[in-house]
Design a protein around this ligand. Structure first.
Ligand code: FAQ
Length: 351
């Protein structure tokens, strides 16, 4: 294996164990104790299982706040996957070779699959897919800020694989150990596929960086446009993150936004060196004392404007999803009619 391949790799070993000496709910119970004695007992059992790093399964008792946190995060995650198909999907018909086209189709299909595992995981919490999609289509639900930026050149497709999927893996590997069984299990498969996505993007860029001056400039331009947006993917700084403390107490969020962002920067700097691109941050430098890279300030105003619907492509992304949903109505109608017919036939045969 070449050094380049090695540096471009993300593996499960990037995950860090929690501090075992500190139980998650020590001194901080997941939610205030319920008043009813039987509920208090169930809550205590739930807390004990969370502290012991056990899994919560769909039929287990869980506090309402736990259920709500999971539905919020998993449905946002599912929406991100299916909206995330759009920026790269734009390039399927313009991929520069048959090989690149086949890889890109597989990747975009994988993202659709991730959305489906995640909607299924959220459904186990008692919310329907229709409810979740209605929230997306009416603009009430969030999805990752990163998918509201345009893919202007072929190099953007490589950079999305390298940096966007790279950031997604960094965030998702700890979720493989999340306390909710269906989410954790979905994440294991998702991370394996994301690892392929990251490598194909990095490899496409390595090839372009051995090409013409125009190709190299195209890669650098794409890196310049995506770098800061990828850092913002990890969410607001911990101090401004309303859900982090609760998410950690519930064993859903294992590592905070800032720490994951730092891990991503530290992992990406050597990859950029191998590739031969400059990361567009003059303040980016190794800090010997911290054993981490220092970096410049993220434009959080721009992040929030994008999250709140005013990024460059928000309206276009939502309109595309709504159109796909409306265009697919006949397929859902036909599937339902077929299921009803089958059910009717089965009932008749049983009678
Ligand atoms: N964009 O208190 P926190 C992918 C919202 S998948 C938009 O820190 P939390 C694969 C947040 O929802 C990418 N909104 O929240 C792929 C909350 O809003 P709310 C998606 C954001 O939940 C690659 C508010 O800000 N990955 O890329 C963002 O503890 C290529 C306060 O934030 C996941 O969803 C953002 N970047 O932490 C596909 C992973 N950041 O609900 C195609 C699972 C924060 O109060 C192509 N999710 N917000 O209205 C998570 O790990 C967490 O939910 C965080 C946010 C870390 C995203």
């Amino acid at each position: 294996m070449t050094q380049a391949q090695e540096t471009g790799m993300y593996t499960q070993s990037m995950d860090l164990p929690d501090d075992a000496a500190e139980p998650r709910s020590a001194g901080l119970k997941a939610v205030p104790q319920a008043l009813h004695p039987s509920e208090a007992e169930l809550q205590a059992q739930f807390d004990t299982r969370i502290d012991a790093d056990g899994k919560i399964e769909p039929r287990d008792w869980m506090p309402e706040a736990y259920r709500k946190t999971l539905v919020r995060q998993i449905s946002q995650h599912a929406h991100s996957e299916i909206v995330g198909m759009l920026p790269e999907g734009n390039w399927i018909s313009r991929a520069p070779s048959l090989k690149r086209k086949a890889i890109l189709i597989a990747k975009v299909q994988d993202e659709g699959g991730h959305g489906l595992y995640l909607y299924s995981a959220a459904e186990t919490l008692g919310t329907s897919r229709d409810q979740m999609l209605d929230a997306l289509h009416t603009g009430r639900a969030k999805y990752s800020s990163i998918f509201n930026y345009p893919t202007l050149t072929w190099a953007d497709v490589g950079v999305i694989g390298w940096l966007v999927d790279g950031a997604a893996i960094m965030n998702q590997i700890p979720l493989c150990r999340c306390s909710y069984g269906p989410y954790a299990r979905a994440m294991i498969r998702v991370c394996k596929e994301e690892s392929f996505h990251q490598r194909q993007g990095y490899e496409a860029l390595l090839v372009m960086m051995q090409g013409t001056a125009e190709q190299k400039a195209m890669v650098q331009d794409a890196v310049n446009r995506w770098w800061w947006k990828c850092l913002a993917m990890f969410g607001p700084p911990d101090a401004d993150s309303p859900h982090s403390a609760q998410g950690k107490r519930f064993g859903i969020k294992r590592i905070g936004n800032d720490e994951l962002r730092q891990k991503f920067i530290d992992a990406t700097v050597p990859q950029a060196q191998v590739l031969g691109v400059t990361l567009p941050d003059p303040e980016l430098k190794w800090n010997e004392e911290r054993q981490h890279h220092d970096h410049g300030e993220i434009d959080w105003d721009e992040f929030w404007a994008t999250v709140n619907g005013n990024g460059p492509c928000n309206k276009e992304r939502l309109a595309t999803r709504v159109k796909a949903w409306n265009d697919g109505q006949w397929v859902r109608d036909a599937a339902l009619a077929h299921a009803r017919k089958q059910q009717h036939r089965a009932l008749k045969e049983a009678a």
